[in-house]
Ligand binder design. Structure first.
Ligand SMILES: [Ca+2]
Ligand SMILES: [Ca+2]
Ligand SMILES: [Ca+2]
Length: 310
């Protein structure tokens, strides 16, 4: 993976704020606003018009929870479309990559996490929730879309912020999704979309949230002029990740494509896993030496009395 991509991972959330201010690279990394980390996508790279236009993704965390939000033209339950095999085009699944590797390598190594958040999409896992050890498949063709990223770009959809603020260029998108070697010579064959979970191990449930519930958590895509019209998201308990991630700050890249792959967005962020400190026994106050020796003397006295009685 390219060094600049790793830099973006490192400089994305609260921990990176000072670093960003110091290096003046704010335009390249996640946008922070009132506790949320935003990645704002191009407003004009949704093939098929406003119904398929993703505008942004955002993440925040509390001690116990992770909140994820999406905004764009596609409703959570998708749009009716005759050209799709199931008559509906909706959202693909979301992938979380904590490995520091590109997406394809992370999948090959069994290190991808995935979230199915849409009950109506073409995911191959059967329930909404968080999954580990995720493999992926391409459902773009079955949903009336281009089947490769190269074809999408060949047709003129490679705008700035192609996958949001955190994967801004075509080269970065190729590099993250398929690795540097493919990025050096992308073709329609080696850049097939991978946009839903094929297999995975269920880790736990997520809680779906509407725009009002997210606004109550402080979400404000409007600050970036990036409001929907469809805004929704989910909450998941950090405890689900406690066996997967080490304690401390964990950097990730997350991304999601529409089922038709007409648009995609990614976000680089950090999640802090808090480790419970073991309870410290209150320190015993040592007895003054005089009392201690008195105690031993007393014990010795009692023993000697006992001995005499026997
Ligand atoms: Ca877009
Ligand atoms: Ca579909
Ligand atoms: Ca995009």
């Amino acid at each position: 993976m390219k060094a600049r991509y790793i830099n973006k991972l490192a400089g994305s959330v609260a921990v990176g704020v000072c670093l960003l201010a110091a290096t003046g690279q704010q335009a390249q990394a996640g946008e922070l606003y009132q506790g949320w980390n935003y990645s704002i996508d191009s407003f004009s790279d949704g093939y098929g018009g406003s119904d398929y236009e993703i505008k942004g993704m955002a993440v925040t965390e509390t001690d116990d929870s992770i909140y994820v939000a999406l905004t764009g033209g596609t409703p959570l339950a998708g749009q009716s479309y005759d050209g799709a095999n199931d008559g509906n085009i909706g959202w693909g699944d979301m992938f979380f990559n904590f490995s520091g590797q590109d997406f394809a390598t992370a999948e090959a190594n069994g290190e991808l996490l995935g979230v199915r958040f849409s009950e109506t999409n073409d995911s191959r896992v059967d329930q909404v929730g968080l999954y580990s050890n995720v493999t992926t498949r391409n459902v773009a063709g079955a949903n009336g879309g281009y089947t490769s990223l190269k074809k999408y770009y060949d047709n003129g959809y490679g705008d700035t912020n192609t996958m949001g603020t955190d994967i801004a260029t075509e080269d970065d998108a190729y590099s993250y999704l398929y690795g540097d070697e493919v990025a050096a010579s992308p073709t329609r064959r080696n850049t097939k979309f991978r946009n839903v979970i094929k297999n995975g191990d269920f880790m736990g449930e997520i809680n779906l949230l509407d725009d009002a519930a997210l606004a109550a958590q402080g979400l404000d895509f409007g600050n970036f002029g990036a409001n929907g019209p469809q805004t929704f998201g989910f909450q998941l308990d950090k405890s689900l990740l406690a066996d997967t991630l080490p304690g401390g700050v964990n950097s990730f890249m997350a991304h999601v494509l529409l089922e038709c792959a007409n648009d995609a967005v990614a976000l680089a962020g950090n999640i802090e896993i808090l480790v419970e400190e073991p309870e410290v026994e209150p320190e015993e106050v040592p007895e003054p030496a005089g009392l201690m020796s008195l105690g031993f003397a007393g014990l010795a006295f009692l023993k000697s009395r006992k001995g005499r009685q026997a």
